[in-house]
Design a protein around this ligand. Structure first.
Ligand SMILES: [Zn+2]
Ligand SMILES: [Zn+2]
Length: 357
């Protein structure tokens, strides 16, 4: 038979099943890998996701969407295609979609991360004939340090700022990254304050049984206490009037892109913490190998590099053009003037030629 999954103008389409995977235009039936905005859009007739994703999807798309949640590993059959969802280790409820039809198995990864963390079910390799993989950080230069080490450095930075009477601000994507950071912060250092875009997601995580330390809204803390506080806020709040109350704060940005000095300079922050919810290069390679797939289809990220590498290693690889973005970049754009001002104020580094990716 032909390809089980193809690209249509609405999105990735499962031909025998007659449904879409993370479609970018409105369709009747959508199977959703996870609730980041570029994968889970408004306007579909019916949604299917992992049970642990339903709460986040409803909080982001509205409580009135038509949605079914299934547990990881359970199977539903649609038009003769057996569909099951398997943990992707990316954010709460993230799933790889396994499709079996006529003895052939395809798996669409959505976004995934191989290193386990405390906030979601760990990535589970699923054997298949064809694996559709993301490639956000699909270049050999991308190699992450363990999460525990990165957030230990963040705790040390926070402690130093607190001892000097200065508030610490971390810009981090509000769904996923923020909760991973929270799960490892040391609350003995000082109060933890979350932006209004982050706190509703904390609630969904806690309701799913994820253990997060106590957090405050900015309205619940007085100015003196803020000097020992750490604030978790979305990157879009950088340079906004909301930041003024924190006085002479030290700021940082938590993202895989912080590996690139040029990207950090452009953000104009004091500190960059290299922390990603996506697999690094060795993670992508180990995940692909573990599927034992002979055919690999590469989506959003570094498609040409990954396809070339996989072909050189004896696999049948090609790319799919999709409209998925990068949630970290999507939420990361501060108001135009803000970054520039901060940068001229704080940048002593020479210009660098590294790409922003
Ligand atoms: Zn994502
Ligand atoms: Zn993605």
């Amino acid at each position: 038979m032909g390809d089980m999954v193809v690209v249509r103008r609405e999105g990735l389409y499962c031909v025998p099943g007659d449904f879409y995977i993370d479609p970018w235009r409105p369709v009747d039936r959508a199977v959703i890998t996870h609730a980041h905005g570029d994968h889970a859009r408004y306007g579909h007739g019916h949604y299917l996701s992992a049970a642990s994703s339903v709460g986040v999807l409803k909080s982001r798309l509205g409580a009135d969407i038509h949605i079914d949640g299934i547990e990881y590993g359970d199977t539903v059959t649609h038009n003769g295609v057996a569909i099951s969802l398997h943990p992707a280790g990316h954010v709460l409820g993230s799933a790889q979609i396994r499709m079996e039809c006529g003895g052939e198995v395809w798996v669409a990864s959505g976004d995934y991360k191989v290193e386990p963390d405390k906030t979601c079910a760990p990535f589970e390799p699923v054997r298949c004939d064809t694996f559709i993989t993301e490639s956000t950080f699909g270049l050999p230069i991308y190699r992450w340090e363990p999460e525990a080490q990165v957030i230990e450095e963040m705790n040390a930075w926070w402690r130093k700022n607190a001892d000097e009477g200065r508030c610490s601000v971390v810009f981090a994507y509000s769904f996923g990254k923020a909760q991973r950071i929270l799960s490892r912060l040391d609350p003995s250092i000082g109060p933890i304050v979350c932006h209004g875009a982050v706190e509703p997601l904390n609630r969904v995580y806690r309701a799913s049984g994820v253990d997060l330390p106590a957090t405050l809204m900015v309205s619940e803390i007085d100015k003196a206490a803020l000097r020992r506080a750490i604030v978790i806020a979305p990157p879009s709040s950088s340079g906004s009037p909301w930041m003024k109350r924190f006085g002479d704060y030290s700021d940082s940005f938590a993202s895989g892109w912080m590996l690139l000095r040029g990207a950090r300079r452009r953000r104009g922050v004091d500190r960059g913490f290299v922390l990603s919810d996506h697999a690094d290069w060795p993670g992508l390679m180990s995940a692909i190998k573990a599927t034992e797939a002979e055919k690999v289809i590469v989506t959003h990220g570094s498609i040409p590099t990954m396809v070339r590498w996989l072909c050189q290693n004896g696999l049948d690889a090609k790319g799919f053009d999709t409209e998925y973005g990068d949630e970290e970049e999507d939420e990361a754009s501060p108001p135009a003037g803000a970054a520039a001002n901060k940068e001229t104020a704080s940048s002593g580094e020479p210009p660098s030629g590294e790409p922003d990716a």
